[in-house]
Design a protein around this ligand. Structure first.
Ligand code: GLA
Length: 384
């Protein structure tokens, strides 16, 4: 008996020494220390490699409320967001995978930074200063989410840092002139920040050396009851938008701005998503024209009644795509071997309007060399 206990102790001690050595080799910790309690910290570990050589990092950001955000510099993908429910149980509330390999083999933009142009450009064509540009038609005849290798599939340079009340990871990417058919060298910076107010802030910035369309967004699939636990049809959603941009059968806006009042598109007051979704052909996949007037304001609120979790969205952008996970079909197995069925997650993608390069009536998306592209979106978590 004593011998067995001794043997067990030796095995446990051996395991602890080995794992701490591994941590020293692969991980880097930084954090703010107040008395004995670690307030905020960032951990960086190796997530895997691309092309067997380029190391990809997984960052774990933790705030003083124990909220956790995990993200990788491959595609700027947020892989996990752990937030408490109203009984202080934590769950991961975004769809995604456990391993880098799953992200490399293709998925519908889980958690990614989307660019150079989020959403669709009709027929993959636009004319700028008299010249016609042709982009990949990767969504039927249309161009979607930056093309075949958009910003969701590139390796970003990354840097992490800790501030007084937040922890951040900055991502940098230089999109070369002609990449995916777009003009101009575009240097892009995206900063993910987790604050002690349980906010995930995303700050976008870009510069170009030639006029080019730019429209960046973030594509997390949220399920406030927990990723893989069921569909989002009983979530309650509010979107502060009196109008939306109706689309044709290929999801290209017609150019019209239509009032939501007295229709199934109206979320100006909180509504159960499932209550009217059958009246929307294919489910919700529409750009809302936000009432924020270009100023930082709360534009949406999502509430999950069983867990009491709340997510508020703040932005300066004029539009937001509400996508109810219509193309999820059970063919993807995500984290913890959970299968993602139709409507298992929803996206609230702050953006300029789809197909703006071909719609002179929509706010312009053209970035000029003398200007800086930039905006911030905040996803803020709480319970009720
Ligand atoms: C966006 C689009 C959808 C779909 C998803 C990804 O939300 O609007 O139509 O392409 O991305 O599957």
């Amino acid at each position: 008996m004593k011998k067995n206990i001794l043997l067990l102790c030796i095995i446990v001690a051996g395991f602890l020494i080995t794992s701490s050595c591994m941590n020293n080799q692969q991980e880097k910790f930084s954090g703010n220390q107040k008395s004995n309690k670690t307030l905020m910290q960032i951990k960086r570990e190796i997530f895997g490699t691309v092309n067997d050589t380029v190391p990809i990092y997984l960052y774990t950001l933790i705030n003083e409320n124990d909220m956790v955000v995990k993200l990788t510099n491959y595609g700027g993908i947020v892989t996990s967001i752990l937030v408490p429910d109203n009984k202080h149980n934590f769950d991961d509330i975004v769809l995604g995978f456990d391993s880098l390999n799953n992200y490399l083999t293709g998925h519908p933009y889980f958690g990614a930074i989307v660019g150079r142009y989020a959403n669709r450009i009709a027929n993959g064509k636009f004319t700028l200063e008299g010249k016609e540009y042709t982009l990949a038609a990767n969504n039927g005849k249309n161009h979607l989410h930056g093309g075949i290798k958009g910003f969701d599939k590139v390796v970003w340079d990354s840097k992490d840092y800790v501030d007084k009340d937040s922890v951040s990871v900055s991502l940098f990417y230089l999109s070369q002139d002609g990449e995916e058919g777009y003009p101009g060298n575009l240097s892009v910076k995206v900063i993910y920040t987790l604050t002690n107010d349980n906010e995930l802030k995303i700050k976008y910035e870009a510069h170009t050396d030639q006029p080019t369309p730019v429209n960046l967004t973030h594509h997390s699939y949220f399920n406030l009851a927990g990723a893989g636990s069921g569909d989002i049809l009983d979530h309650i959603l509010m979107i502060d938008a009196d109008m939306y941009t109706p689309v044709d059968e290929t999801l290209i806006p017609t150019g019209e701005l239509k009032k939501v009042k007295n229709t199934e598109m109206d979320f100006t007051t909180p509504h159960n998503i499932g209550s009217r979704i059958k009246e929307v052909e294919g489910g919700y996949d529409h750009n809302y024209v936000l009432n924020n007037g270009g100023k930082m304001a709360k534009v949406a609120e999502l509430y999950e009644p069983h867990t009491g979790r709340v997510m508020e969205v703040f932005t300066t952008e004029p539009g937001m795509q509400f996508y109810s996970g219509n193309f999820l079909d059970g063919s993807i197995t995500g984290k913890n071997r959970k299968i993602y069925q139709k409507h298992y997650g929803l996206c609230l993608e702050t953006q300029h309007f789809p197909d703006s390069p071909n719609k002179p009536g929509f706010p312009s998306v053209i970035l000029y060399p003398e200007n800086t592209y930039g905006y911030t979106t905040i996803y803020k978590f709480s319970t009720r």
